[in-house]
Ligand binder design. Sequence first.
Ligand code: DGT
Ligand code: CA
Ligand code: ZN
Length: 572
Amino acid sequence: MKNQEIAKIFNDIADVLEIKGENPFRIRAYRRAALNIEGLTRDVSEIPKEELLKIPGIGQDLAGKIEEYVNTGKLQSYEDLKKEVPEGLSTLLSVPSLGPKTAKLLYEKLKVKDLDELERFGREHKLSGLPGIKEKTEENILKGIEMLKRGIERQPLGKVLPIANDILEHLKSKAPVKKLVIAGSIRRWKDTIKDIDILATSRKPKAFMDVFVHLPQVKEILMRGPTKSSIIIHEGLQVDLRVVEEESFGAALAYFTGSKAHNIRLREMAVKAGLKINEYGIFKEKDDKKLGGEKEEDIYKILGLPYIPPELREDAGEIEAALEGRLPVLVDLKDIKGDLHVHTRLSDGSHDFDELIEAAMKRGYEYIAITDHSKGLGIARGLSAERLLEEKREIDAINKRLNGFRLIAGTEVDIRSNGEMDFPDEVLKQLGIVVASIHSGFRQSKDKIMKRLISAMRNPYVSIIAHPTGRLIGERDPYEIDMEEILKVAKETGTAIEINAYPLRLDINDVYAKKAKEMGVPIVISTDTHLISQFDYMAYGVSIARRGWLEKKDILNTLSCALLLKRLKKKK
Ligand code: DGT
Ligand code: CA
Ligand code: ZN
């Protein structure tokens, strides 16, 4: 797939344009295009131009650039642009929180060439004191470097999962294989991933390994053996493949799914029961008699446990819950009846109502909420109050002709930096759903951010807080908030908290989701769709809910539309 390559080029172009101080809309178009290309499940080189044009941020110009790169393996304008700025400068720009102005300054004053050098200067406090660089900026730069280094070690699930599935597809089409599954942290749906673990059974293991190490994705072969091989792929990720016997498949799957902490607990239980577990099976300690291992369920059954879903296997209380018969019945993708955070062409989405309705109905949804941005978000073409109410009237008219499906008129209202909502109450009260969120002032003090979120929740018309911590995995840390307090106010005011399923957000995360459930806070899972293919992101959101032990009853958008609207906060 050329997707990652093109995404990287577009991001690089955006960097250079930023250094040159070009039009922010153009820069943002490149970044959005990059993000959306990265998230595509299809290879861009197979997508016809008319369809490319539907991807957010991609107009004639960028579609042409994609075509040029696909056809020639090169992008001339990018090559030319690169010559305009020194290489060291763009390295500096890769540090989250380091803008083009500062990068340029550091480059010119200190001749910083790479990250290690920048880090050293930071630690020696040689950055602060330069014009415009305060101590706080220096601190942020050091934090940014740390995050960047962490990001190289662990990649977002949303980026890795499509790559892993692509590898599986290639293997299936080219090799003699029987069972073929992803294990490790991907199977547990962890939000960031270190490497890809694949498990297979095959009648011809040697031929299978041969195909694996010669996949087009391979950049480097680390190890090649009859049952285990490891490769590095072009995206820099390691992929381990193990081929096991059919009769050990279940035990191997349990072993390589992990987590390590969960496995250790299982092995301790086994030892106490005079048993032994390893990747080959479950055995009697005294005579090595094999009791099971072909199926994963065998392991749990023989230990006297119910089957524990992979998302729970973190030694976070799941073993105790299993022993006491109180494992949750986890919410499932098919329980979701609608999406409550969707953008249209009117703000920064890519589709009109009809296309969204068709796509939502196709996946069996009963409703979606239209939540375009509010005017304060100029960069996302936010709607004025007049335009929003006009949109609402259009939605009302459409609902009259729809049968068994409902559009809910809403907004994603910006929480201004002073805590006011970007629309007055008279406007908000006319809508079916009000999603409120923060899009600016991320570096405000904890106190200020808390005040903004709390004032949003105290607004009688705000039904949902979207992406509450503002994190962008690998790009921006969550802002400083006291989540316990947020959840308390959410509970008290009846405001729902969103699990934003957009793969770089996954916000709130699994730990907070669990906490929210324990505190009785209503939760919704929404995709923040800007493009119909992004409705697929719901699977990521549901995985966060599952990792947070959530059941169908904990999630409001598993309800019918009528019940949902009843449960959402309304003016008392
Ligand atoms: P990550 O860091 O995203 O790759 O997370 P995992 O869980 O995929 O970790 P990884 O790839 O190191 O190992 C895959 C699984 O293999 C892990 O979840 C459990 C199993 N495993 C690996 N090393 C050990 C070990 O030393 N002891 C046990 N019991 N299991 C292990
Ligand atoms: Ca792994
Ligand atoms: Zn949104």
